[in-house]
Write a protein that binds this ligand. Sequence first.
Ligand SMILES: Cc1cc2nc3c(=O)[nH]c(=O)nc-3n(C[C@H](O)[C@H](O)[C@H](O)COP(=O)(O)OP(=O)(O)OC[C@H]3O[C@@H](n4cnc5c(N)ncnc54)[C@H](O)[C@@H]3O)c2cc1C
Ligand code: SF4
Length: 408
Amino acid sequence: MTKHYDQELDSGYTMTTVMAEAARCLLCHDAPCSKACPAHTDPAKFIRSVRFRNFKGAAETIRENNALGAICARVCPTEKYCQLACARCGIDTPIDIGGIQRFVTDFEQQAKMDILEKGPSNGLKVAIVGSGPSGLQAATTLLQKGYAVDIYEQQAKAGGYLTYGIPEYRLPNDIVDFEINRILNLGATIHYNTTIGQELTLAALKTSHDAVILAIGASQAKMLPMFENNAYTETAVDFLARVKTNQGHVTVPDNVLVIGGGDVAMDVATTLKLLNVPQVTDVVYETFSEFKASKKELEATQQMGVTIIDGYVPDSINDNTVTFKHRKINGQIQVQADKIILAVGQVADAAHLDLTLENNEVPFTGYQTTDPKVFVTGDIAQGDKTVVWAVQKGKEVAETIDAVLGGH
Ligand SMILES: Cc1cc2nc3c(=O)[nH]c(=O)nc-3n(C[C@H](O)[C@H](O)[C@H](O)COP(=O)(O)OP(=O)(O)OC[C@H]3O[C@@H](n4cnc5c(N)ncnc54)[C@H](O)[C@@H]3O)c2cc1C
Ligand code: SF4
């Protein structure tokens, strides 16, 4: 079957197959899967509800803990979180927790269930800079606790990398829009096209609000100096954002070189194949034994017909020809392409935000900065750089603010 960029690759469970998958759960007392979910989404509890066909109860459990449960169900690297801890790993294969969570949250959406509720006003007001998953979860938790919330977002749409990064074949736009709209409808005011540090200063937000959360993510692409101003080169996040914004309707030449070996590079390579680009070559710094991308992503990319060359580092560029040297042996290759996509990482842009970052993170644990009114969360706070961690940090920063301001 031909696959398309805007079709979710995994078709998900039916009522019959989800019940069969839930029936495999061993109903462990100590629930190792629940302990291994960074956001405490509590799979042991929601799978138990599914086994009793109580889908409403299952959805309530997910929402109690995770405002982005339908998104996490699709994008969580479950093999290193909940499913890694599943007791069935020792018997055959782990329970497909992400798949069951997806069925429940799809059911919730179709049944038009409205589980999130705003708390009675406590008269306090928080500004959130950035509307990625962490800013959105922080907004939800604060609204539930009775705070008024203003979100400031430099883009025209909310969601951060949910909206402008993760490709549609893994995370459909309608799922992202649905979860975001539900959070905004709880009562957050969002100011689009507003960059804090440019249109409005951090100092102004501190004056108008009781606390400010910086949830700015690592929203800029890293660039290698030799590729700067090269007419054939585009960064991975710019390319993915362009494809996502245009729902796959972009023109791409027939021969594309991708440079990078993380999950973002795999997303680019797979996206190119789904856009029917015949020749996609990915040159990777790491050797196969050192690969950064998950095994699942790497295998999927190879199955799509992407040529992966491992162990090479770019040495020079001449128009559309890149010369690479092998990192360990004495050898070099030249690759000529009609387009070059650079996937070598993302960085935070904290300019004008009075924030010192080391390796893209604040150099302290916890959420409150040395300025008692300013807090951080998401990818710039310490911890994994994933959506489910962004959710957990969003809840925790909101709870920290509540403890500091004494909102109750
Ligand atoms: C291509 C790609 C694929 C990924 N795939 C996965 C995956 O499958 N699973 C997974 O768990 N994680 C994945 N990730 C990682 C995940 O998306 C991030 O960890 C997560 O989005 C971080 O959330 P955040 O809220 O900290 O920041 P972001 O999502 O980066 O959002 C930050 C927001 O802040 C805004 N902003 C920044 N500066 C300012 C400013 N000065 N003023 C106003 N607004 C500002 C930005 O515009 C952006 O909307 C992927 C990332 C990428 C790039
Ligand atoms: S939120 Fe993610 S990590 Fe947590 S239980 Fe669900 S799929 Fe697993």
